[in-house]
Design a protein. Structure first.
Length: 149
């Protein structure tokens, strides 16, 4: 068990055994039964547990003692993974111009062209601006999952 973050009232621990949902949920139930614990959330993908607690004297010591005892009793049921021999390439080359790079480069160039045309007093700035807005719309559409969380 490793304490990865501690701010008064907030404690995050990591332990490889927390990747198992059964262990994570059992530990969560034990912690929530304590009077000083306000909230507990776990993430099996990162093997971490976030504990929000009331800031009373000695609360952190009690929590870490409880975690150490509980994790000592809760045994991992994971079997060691068999060793699989595969040939893995030593280097994987990325394509020089991926879709993301082309889109970002297109937005940058169209913005620069719009600004240059505007500075020169040319009417082409409207066309370059429209191209930029179209590429920006594509970019935002592709990133909609992370933008609209």
């Amino acid at each position: 068990m490793t304490i990865t973050s501690h701010v008064e009232g907030r404690l995050r621990i990591r332990d490889p055994r927390l990747r198992q949902v059964q262990i994570l949920s059992a530990l969560r139930e034990q912690l929530l039964a304590q009077p000083d614990i306000r909230a507990v959330s776990g993430n099996p993908r990162t093997a971490s547990l976030l504990i929000l607690y009331n800031t009373t004297r000695g609360a952190v010591g009690k929590i870490t003692d409880l975690l150490a005892r509980s994790l000592g009793r809760l045994r991992s049921t994971l079997a060691p993974a068999p060793c699989i021999s595969r040939k893995v390439p030593l280097s994987v080359s990325k394509p020089l111009l991926s879709k993301r790079r082309v889109l970002n480069l297109g937005m940058l160039l169209s913005l620069l062209a719009a600004l240059a045309a505007l500075g020169a007093g040319s009417k082409a700035h409207a066309l370059a601006g429209a191209v930029f807005l179209g590429l920006l719309a594509l970019h935002l559409f592709e990133k909609r999952a992370t933008l609209l969380i």
